[in-house]
Design a protein around this ligand. Sequence first.
Ligand code: SF4
Ligand code: SF4
Length: 55
Amino acid sequence: MYVITDDCMCCGSCVDECAVGAISEGDGKYVIDTDICVECGACADACPSNAIVQE
Ligand code: SF4
Ligand code: SF4
């Protein structure tokens, strides 16, 4: 699964990259709803701080 680490700087870029709307703003960082995420990896490629990682 893909997760967003504390390296997130809340730029919001990943939200528009996600075709299924799995990313939203959380408390201090953005979060991925793993029930919705289809693990395409598009958000990870778009994150300028490499905060989205696969676990
Ligand atoms: S693109 Fe990266 S830094 Fe920007 S909100 Fe998403 S996870 Fe955070
Ligand atoms: S891996 Fe794909 S489906 Fe999952 S949150 Fe990122 S862009 Fe959305």
